[in-house]
Design a protein around this ligand. Sequence first.
Ligand code: 3PG
Length: 410
Amino acid sequence: MAKYKTLDDFDLKNKVVLVRVDFNSEIDPNTKKVTSDVRIKAHAETTIKELAEKGAKTVILAHQGRKGDADYTPLEAHAEILGKILGCPVKYVDDVYGEKAQAAIKALQSGEILVLENVRSFDGETKKGTPEQHSKTPVVQNLAPLADLFMNDAFAAAHRGHVSMVGFTAVLPSCAGRIMERELKSLAKALEMPEHPCVYVMGGAKADDSLEISKYVLGNGIADYVLVGGVTSQLFLAAKGVDLGKKTMDFLAKKDLTQYLEGIKELLAKYPKAVVLPTDVALDVEGKRKEISVAELPTEYSIFDIGSKTVACFAAIIKDAKSIVVSGPMGVYENSEFNYGTKGVFEAIADSEGFSLAGGGNTIAAINEYGLSSKIGYISTAGGALIEFLMGKKLPGVVALENAVTEKKI
Ligand code: 3PG
């Protein structure tokens, strides 16, 4: 039984609902335009649509980028996109909690939607604090008295204990939105009660994350196998004692990854059979793919993909799996010479009869490129939050929902 409330637990008609969503999207650094509406769409078609249909007065709180970064923008464009997706007018006010924002909230009618300004324009938003401490901030003190309910739908930001993520739960009845609920239920399938054999496929270049996840899922009997590809697998091979060649080792050192060699060595010693590494790789030889076996290393060329024997080996393990989690591509998938590994392994996951879960920007981009999205059991909207969840960490946004007050206290 979930420890948090959902939309089903409240009568929403005419209620002012503060909804924290994660609209954080890719932004073109030159035009400042939103280039991917995936997250906006996810919230729009589920939680926000349902709130409007049930007659709530919906007030949206969201962030975009971080102050000082190129993708830090106001939310006017996001509100416009939301309106287009929903096919109805969406109001926007360039204020988070001041007089303009308060007046706009008071003027809302049943079924109307209002987007407030980027919550990170308030300086204290990203400071660390407990829900009780955050409830004393001007954002919560000014907005909560106008609201009946706080709804957190921002699973993708749930690893942030920021003001707008946790502060309202100390003073308002709170619940999870549909995306939050869907993410938590799907992730539970992969982490809390996976059907076995359970296989984690770790790729990409975030070797530190992959190491932490592997330790957690193998150490807690969650995964039976961890299949390693991408840049991460190069580091794992080096930790196993394979001489990759100077070029690759310099590359790994430049990416600051060699510091994890010792930790990976320990993992490999503890789980020699469960951690499965490539047996062959594809080299970039003047722009062309050349496969060699791991036994033939070292090489003076860059390693850009796993080899076809490795793909076959990974696919065979995936075929028998009942649960599969995938995060990160197997190679330089953006280049058609080197997408063989990613395509092959992802197709095997799509063809598997087991429950599959995928997350992370590159992973989702590759899944979409190969037209596999309808064959993946669940695609998470989250990046960092998903990684922290898979490492077994408690997410502050979720913990706050579980401990929320049940009556309005402001
Ligand atoms: C994300 O995109 O991972 C979330 O929106 C969190 O963004 P942040 O890393 O800037 O807190």
